[in-house]
Design a protein around this ligand. Structure first.
Ligand SMILES: [Zn+2]
Length: 390
């Protein structure tokens, strides 16, 4: 069973956001750099070309963020890497306490997924600093020569982390790395850093780096707009961060257009910049809105709803590059109750009405249909249909 996806689902992003508090002025240590860690098991030699290869990869990603910002009409901004006085990438090496087999085994099926290596890397993290830690866990798979890579990423507006786990990646010299391996590594780094910067999945287009497309190579306009004021893209920004208020107003259903209108009241004394709506049904971004001023009401209209209750999140970026996410539960029973389901078959319609104890002239709605559990057609008499409810 060999099913390593390029990207491990990063639903973790949201849960992490909930636990990482906003940084306030008095706590700010103003680093805002991406620090690179190279982790390897204690029974294998570290690969010599690691610093050069990692440097090439992350600097390519760094440049690509700038290119994409420019393509969207913004200033060429990107994140900073931790480098020495000669502008060489600093790669902190971490030798694992255990051997390859240990880390290899404590990954698949491990509830924390990055298992033992993650625990040891967490010990190296200085939580008092505003740093995004990007760690490459270098393992080999004894069962195949195939190169595989996956990653997770999460972050608040001040801190973040990315864990990459590769098997059989030959750091060698840049020229010797197969191009598809290099591109795959580059894509995963780009995607997971996106999560570390607070970006969510965006499946609206397969070319977006935050999608699961086959060869994604674009930052969406929503993402670029988000990063425009992000602290990691504006390291000279002052550390102002007053609290953002996000409140959801009662959703409104438009039954003729079969859509739901979500409204949010937002306020921030630092000034508002951008808002992104994420829904559970879309498993990612629905849309984004440009904000201005210090308080605003934003509206989103969506038809992307599949259950009678759902969770929606609104990410709000302020003018000083700090963001906050508000998470809300939306009950859409009334919405589904407004969606009439036409049932042309008279016998089926009769059976549904009877099962739901509705009078024959009452419209059947999507909410009614959710109450039905099983359908059984009588073998002897074709017009006889039995329906159960829950
Ligand atoms: Zn992801």
């Amino acid at each position: 069973m060999k099913t390593t996806p390029y990207f491990i689902l990063t639903l973790l992003t949201f849960t992490m956001l909930a636990f990482l508090p906003n940084s306030f002025a008095q706590d700010d240590t103003s680093e805002y750099v991406v620090r690179v860690i190279y982790f390897y098991p204690n029974d294998i030699e570290p690969q010599e070309s690691v610093p050069a290869t990692l440097s090439s990869l992350v600097k390519d990603v760094q440049k690509f963020f700038a290119d994409e910002m420019e393509r969207h009409g913004f200033d060429r901004k990107t994140f900073k890497l931790e480098t020495d006085e000669n502008d060489q990438l600093i790669v902190q090496q971490v030798i694992g306490k255990f051997d390859n087999t240990h880390y290899y085994t404590h990954y698949y099926g491990d509830p924390s997924r990055y298992g033992a290596a993650e625990t040891e890397i967490n010990d190296k993290i200085d939580r008092s600093k505003n740093v995004i830690y990007l760690s490459w866990i270098d393992l080999y798979n004894p069962n195949t020569v195939e190169f595989q890579i996956s990653g997770i990423g999460s972050g608040s507006s001040s801190k973040g982390r990315v864990l990459l786990r590769s098997t059989n990646f030959d750091f060698a010299n840049i020229e010797r790395i197969p191009q598809n391996h290099y591109i795959r590594a580059w894509t995963v780094i780009f995607h997971e850093l996106g999560h570390a910067f607070g970006l969510n999945h965006d499946f609206r287009n397969d070319v977006y780096i935050m999608s699961y497309g086959a060869a994604p190579d674009q930052l969406s306009y929503c993402a670029a707009k988000w990063l425009r004021t992000h602290r990691y893209f504006n390291t000279n920004e002052t550390a102002i961060n007053d609290n953002t208020m996000i409140k959801m107003l009662t959703p409104e259903v438009n039954s003729t257009q079969i859509s739901i209108r979500l409204k949010f009241e937002i306020a921030d004394p630092d000034g508002l910049h951008h808002a992104m709506l994420i829904t559970q049904a879309a498993q990612g971004l629905i849309d984004c809105k440009e904000l201005s001023g210090y308080s605003s009401t934003v509206e989103f209209v969506t038809t992307n709803i599949t259950a009678d209750s759902t969770v929606v999140s609104l990410g709000v970026m302020d003018s000083h590059g700090n963001f906050k996410t508000g998470k809300f539960s939306v009950s859409i029973s009334s919405f589904l109750a407004s969606k009439v389901v036409p049932i042309p078959d008279a016998n089926l319609a009769k059976a549904v009405h009877e099962a739901l104890a509705l009078t024959p002239t009452t419209s059947i709605t999507q909410l009614d249909m959710l109450k039905l559990t099983t359908l059984k057609r009588s073998e002897k008499q074709e017009h006889e249909i039995f329906l159960n409810t829950r």
